[in-house]
Ligand binder design. Structure first.
Ligand SMILES: [Zn+2]
Length: 309
């Protein structure tokens, strides 16, 4: 039996190599048909689909599931690595958000990687001095990311350069309108101190001149210890902050405890790391954030003129 199988072996090897080749590098065949752009996670997908969506023969796919949230410590699945091997370009946020990037560079050395945060100066986290990657939460920096994505895609795919730039300009106009609206609504609020649950909002706070007086958990899932919880309750009492902002993606278990102990109220602020895969999603999320901030930071009731019926 063994002897008879030997002549077949080279065929199987060739077949196997061909199959492997088809799985890993269909780029050559695809070059004429479709340019596949893969994005790392939700906010980068939303930015990119506004730049590259609707262009013939250009496809935008998000690597991770839209409810994955931030990619801190995210481990890529083998299926995602195969998906990525089909991409003409991989668009990432950068700033350490994609902690698996070293692995990608090693396994797919030829893959073009576009960093949407290129040229943006990162704020360093108070807690660990590491760069904070949540730049897109600031509408101004989201606009900058869109411009970077469009410029780099135009370079990579000159045939569609005009389309990328046209799309980016249209989306940028919407972001600009959002930014103006948010600045106008938030600049007059007398209360500007907030407490957030994770370090997702420093760029947002800087943009709108809000002061984050405390961050309860540095990263989602790291519930504070009893001592940390007590310290946070103390901080909230001392600063007299009345608004705690939890994130819809990570219902913080300790939020109610802090609220109960301090008389503060828990609101939600969405860093835009998950949601529907629709182009206007970022705009919708920020509109909701604006309403919630106005609700949370409005002047005390006594200062609002009483309405007569
Ligand atoms: Zn995060």
């Amino acid at each position: 039996m063994k002897m008879r199988q030997i002549p077949f072996q080279p065929y199987w090897t060739v077949f196997f190599l061909l199959a492997l080749n088809l799985t890993l590098t269909p780029l050559k065949a695809a070059e004429h048909e479709e340019m596949l752009i893969v994005t790392s996670f939700y906010p980068i997908y939303i930015a990119t689909v506004n730049v590259a969506g609707g262009i013939p023969d250009v496809a935008v796919k998000n690597l991770t599931k839209p409810f994955t949230g931030c990619l801190h410590d995210y481990q890529m699945t083998p299926a995602e690595m195969v998906e990525l091997s089909r991409a003409a370009v991989f668009i990432v946020n950068g700033g350490g958000m994609e902690s698996f990037l070293d692995k990608v560079v090693k396994q797919l050395p030829k893959l073009k990687i576009l960093e949407a945060s290129a040229g943006i100066e990162f704020i360093k986290n108070n807690a660990d001095g590491e760069p904070n990657a949540h730049v897109w939460v600031s509408p101004t920096l989201a606009q900058k990311q869109v411009a970077t994505i469009a410029a780099k895609l135009a370079e990579l795919d000159p045939g569609n350069a005009a389309a990328y730039q046209r799309n980016a300009a249209a989306y940028s106009t919407k972001l600009e309108a959002l930014r103006t609206k948010m600045h106008e609504a938030l600049q007059s609020l007398p209360v500007r101190q907030i407490i957030t649950f994770h370090e997702a909002f420093p760029y947002f706070a800087r943009e709108f001149d809000l002061e984050i007086v405390a961050v309860i958990e540095r990263e989602p899932g790291s519930e504070p210890s009893a001592r940390e919880l007590a310290a946070t309750i103390e901080t909230v009492r001392k600063t007299k902050v009345k608004a705690l902002f939890a994130e819809p993606q990570y219902p913080a278990k300790c939020a109610d405890t802090i609220a109960r102990e301090t008389g503060a109220t828990v609101y939600t602020l969405d860093p835009g790391v998950s949601g529907p895969l629709t182009p206007n999603a970022y705009l919708t999320i920020m509109e909701k954030n604006l309403l919630e901030l106005c609700r949370a930071l409005k002047p005390p009731k006594a200062e609002i003129p009483a309405k007569t019926r």
